[in-house]
Design a protein around this ligand. Sequence first.
Ligand code: HEC
Ligand code: HEC
Ligand code: HEC
Length: 480
Amino acid sequence: MIERAFQSVHTGAPTIRMRRPHRTRSALAATVFCAFALYIAWHASHDGPSRFIDEAPLTAALGKAPGGQPGTAAAIAAAGAADALDLVKRGEYLTRLGDCIACHTSDKRRPLAGGLAIQTPFGKIYSPNITPDPDTGIGRWSNTDFLRAMHEGIGKGGERLYPAFPYVEFTRVTERDVLAIRAYLNTVAPVRYTPPRNELRFPFNQRWLMIFWNLFNFDEGRFVPDSTKSAEYNRGAYLVKGLAHCEECHTPRNFMQGLKQRNRFSGAVQAGWQAYNITPDRTGGIGAWPAGALAAYLLTGAASGHANAAGPMAEVVQNSTQYLTEEDAHSIVTYLSAQQAISGGVTRSRDTWGQPAINDVTALRGTPVTTVNGAQLFIANCASCHHWTGAGVGASAPGAYPSLIHNSATGAANAGNLAMVILHGVTRATKNADVLMPAFGSELTNEQIAAISNYVTQQFGNPRAAITAAQVGVLRATPQ
Ligand code: HEC
Ligand code: HEC
Ligand code: HEC
């Protein structure tokens, strides 16, 4: 489903190295070794029990004094029980923000029990079981083990975890919030289930190699607020850079598949989908969206006249952002709109293209079907919901069939997401509406999908965004 960061140790580096003359190679090896030694030294000096002494919130909430001693007064215990409930509720909210369920569930009947295959260029990683089952889940993990996984990307047995697990972001989450997540996870139904073993090729099955990846791409440490900025900005920064891990999909990657810090939020490809530029640039990004549109998009998945959430983003909205409190949604907006604007050379924004068709239906009546005709295919497959004018049905009402005019999927310079939407449809269940567009992947050929897509971008979107049948074939073959 989700293709991710472990793509990390890209093969590019070794290939380049091999071509270098011998002396350069030894120098490089020495440098890497020194860096490694320094890293180990640094790590040793930063390690130790002193890092995790602050387990007070959980112990207090469970009615015990810090240090594991039972509380002395009945009053403390009663207050503790109420706090424990709050703690679990808070943990549930945070677990949703972190979208743990998206990656840790392969079968809806076994939530959080893992087993989802995460595709990487080096093979498959199966997500682990994080239910409290003592044998197959994390039931025997101490809070310290759990904190170490979330903050340092290190498993219970001291093994390095692959960055397909977004610890690069989770490291910023406070100890208090990580422990709330743990408290919540302790309350979910334990599921006895052992996910399949990873299918990674050598050398990527060598976990210790992650030490090198971390060296260049991982900055361990909790979120530090910026005292020159508002509380709202800092809350947004904490959420976006931490649990919500927006950058995992929206920030492009370097040759090692680490996040390119200088191009934050400027767009990247995720499992064949364009995770668009969401910087505040007015043409390349979403800087021209009116006030409220981004919050509406995160809370419902639709920002009428701008964008609808399909593919991986529909899942993010369904599992995660729809549950944001209004305040947290606005904090995210405040933070994102204050980031560096990156145009990416785009001169007209995705959501400003297109106008309604005016004459297609009449023109098409009685025309013999000879070749693959995008207009005819559109009328046959799409117009019942999106109207033959492309203007949609239901305007901005919840669950409306959206207009294809002024829609980021049809106005983007690359028609990939439009083809993906035709291939896979849209399913997104939120408090606001259950949204369903059927998938046409099994009914239409690559030629037909390319023809519809090209008709749609010509008529309703960015006419320069053309796609070929071969390109649709590549998208079709991308594992979801
Ligand atoms: C983008 C996908 C993704 C998301 C989101 C995600 N995880 Fe994971 N997680 C993984 C993968 C993949 C692994 C296994 C990594 C490995 O094998 O090295 C993992 C490993 C773990 C582990 C280590 C378990 C073990 O047995 O070693 C814990 C604990 C964990 N995740 C907790 C969480 C929590 C809590 C959240 C939500 C706050 C979360 N994860 C969100 C993909 C994800
Ligand atoms: C799992 C990958 C993933 C994550 C995590 C993710 N996004 Fe997205 N996002 C996407 C994809 C893919 C699209 C394009 C969806 C489409 O075309 O319907 C998208 C679209 C968007 C859009 C619409 C842009 C447009 O012009 O259409 C916004 C806004 C957005 N994401 C914001 C966020 C924010 C804020 C976060 C963090 C809270 C986030 N995303 C997390 C993958 C992701
Ligand atoms: C049964 C009704 C139905 C049919 C038929 C249908 N759609 Fe949709 N379409 C929807 C719904 C519902 C959505 C999602 C609305 C939302 O996100 O709130 C949608 C969304 C879209 C989007 C926006 C996706 C995004 O990521 O922004 C595009 C583009 C689209 N449809 C194109 C098409 C095309 C092309 C066809 C014909 C091949 C088609 N639709 C057929 C109902 C339909």
